[in-house]
Design a protein around this ligand. Sequence first.
Ligand code: DC
Length: 201
Amino acid sequence: MKFTVAIDGPAAAGKGTISKAVAAHFGFAHLDTGLLYRAVGAGMLAGGDPLFVARNLDSANLDGNALRTQAVAEAASLVAAMPDVRAALVKFQQDFARREGGAVLDGRDIGTVICPDAEAKLFVTASAERRAQRRHKELTQKGFSQTLDDVLAAVIARDRRDSERATAPMMTARDAVVIDTSDLTIEDAIAAAVAAITLKR
Ligand code: DC
């Protein structure tokens, strides 16, 4: 059985949490495609050529924790605007999407560019203020000292770069179900996602 769930949306909207929960619920494999761009960004920060890194990416070696820093997020957003880098990552994502047993991919362009024929598409979003509050809380818990205003400015800048780039900008697929998590609990957001996908099965 092949079944692709495409989940797009901006950073800190709850996409990752929802994607993991949905994959567990349906027994599907999950790919956080942001990690691919983060790995390329980290390679660039280490002095590598982004295109070379993208073409030689070892997907078995995507260490989430090392890639989840603010510096790597910024670098990821820069390399994600490079058309050749994006092209180099397409096949891996499409193969993952069509694997036997079902797959959930989360990112920015999954429902629009990578898997336009996905059986189920969600766009998970929330207000910039609410996303900044969540990110600020996470960073504070990890011991970082950015102010809420700084985090909000970074959220807005990254949204702009991700949605205004010429190649595969972040946007809502025409046939995506939009879930705004601004005023939802995590449980309610997951339930909404499961319900939307169940309708397509
Ligand atoms: O979701 P994230 O924060 O891990 O994504 C890191 C960067 O990669 C982000 O700036 C947007 C970019 N990205 C993308 O352009 N396309 C994707 N499918 C996933 C992420």
